[in-house]
Design a protein around this ligand. Structure first.
Ligand code: SF4
Ligand code: SF4
Length: 344
């Protein structure tokens, strides 16, 4: 899968008819040197008059046309649909204790749901706290709550390795959907519990985009580094996980970012660049809204993403995603980075 596709996969002419005059890369701020907030561009529940509405509706229709993809969300347990108003009296505890209790709720919901919250067993593998930065809020939205609890749900690599998916073989993409559903359950129940303690809480559950870009939040709270494929690389799970989150005003203590050398690794690795059928992953970082970073070419990725019900090749083939490999790579590259710092 990592051999360069030559020539690259190209979309059908019909795809062009779904596109607006503006390119997705321009819409996302490729080449813009001034910082600005991001714009929602994908996984909108109701695209309405969004410039990419026709494309987004076509993607929705394509997914819904296959029973397996339709049912995986339509009939899933994603936790409570309706949340109660926050309790009128706020429970009292220290920020340190609330932080421990929130993390326990996410990672060990047996202990955190005394007699009232269903679903015994852990619903997530990663949890971190970030202080919300205005730069993460999508244009047209506001955020008035100060903290974000970020949750990571690890994907089964054997199932994930079956991507790209098709109507006849949906297994790889269904693993992605199952993990989004797991994330939805934990953040919806977490928001429910936080409100029962008298604080406000707003859940964000994928694949649908909310008011916040969760990727920089996950970096800020220590989930890992941004990879060349535009997804996170975690020191334990590689890129094999999905994100969900809860915004809240409960007093919480933020975690620190985690740098362990994934960025250095990406500078020399080309596995995802070569393995991406439509050639959407550049070997160099790009200037995007005032920051030089790894960024995927939206215009090239999305037609193939649509064709294959979510693609996911770049995440599946990333060497860090191979089970058991990420911790060893992280140890090696952390040592190198420390040696470099000591020598300078
Ligand atoms: S495949 Fe290689 S270059 Fe791409 S994100 Fe993973 S480590 Fe980085
Ligand atoms: S998800 Fe997009 S960027 Fe990743 S391999 Fe597929 S087409 Fe390429």
């Amino acid at each position: 899968m990592s051999k360069k596709h030559s020539p690259p996969w190209t979309p059908s002419p019909a795809h062009g008819a779904l596109l607006p005059p503006i390119s997705g890369c321009t819409f996302n701020g490729f080449g813009e040197v001034a910082p600005r907030r991001p714009r929602q561009i994908f996984w909108l529940r109701k695209p309405g008059s969004h410039p990419f509405a026709r494309l987004l509706e076509a993607v929705k229709q394509r997914f819904s046309s296959v029973a397996a993809y339709h049912e995986v969300y339509a009939n899933a347990d994603r936790g409570p649909h309706k949340l109660p108003e926050p309790a009128t009296t706020r429970a009292d505890d220290t920020a340190g204790n609330w932080t421990r209790r929130v993390k326990a709720f996410v990672l060990d919901n047996v202990a955190a749901r005394p007699g009232g919250y269903p679903g015994a067993g852990s619903e997530a593998e990663l949890v971190g706290i970030a202080d919300i930065c205005p730069d993460w809020v999508y244009e047209g939205f506001t955020s008035t709550l100060p903290h974000l609890v970020v949750v990571g749900n690890v994907m089964d690599h054997v199932r994930l390795s079956r991507v790209p998916s098709s109507a006849d073989d949906p297994e790889g993409q269904l693993e992605v959907c199952d993990q989004y559903n797991r994330g939805a359950r934990v953040v919806n129940w977490l928001a429910h519990w936080i409100r029962s303690q008298g604080y406000n809480a707003i859940p964000h559950a994928g694949p649908w985009v909310g008011s916040l870009n969760l990727l920089p939040a996950a970096i800020a709270c220590g989930f890992g580094e941004l990879g060349k494929h535009g997804s996170l690389i975690n020191r334990r799970y590689g890129s094999s996980f999905r994100l969900a989150a809860v915004e809240t005003d409960m007093p919480l203590i933020a975690d620190a970012p985690d740098h362990f050398g994934a960025d250095d690794f990406c500078l020399k690795c080309q596995v995802c660049t070569n393995g991406c059928p439509p050639d959407a992953i550049a070997n160099d970082k790009q200037m995007v809204r005032g920051t030089v970073k790894w960024a995927v070419n939206f215009d090239r990725c999305i037609p193939y993403f649509n064709e294959t019900f979510g693609c996911g090749i770049c995440v599946a083939i990333c060497p860090w995603s191979t089970p058991g490999r990420a911790p060893k790579l992280a140890e090696r590259f952390s040592r190198r980075a420390a040696a470099k710092t000591a020598a300078s």
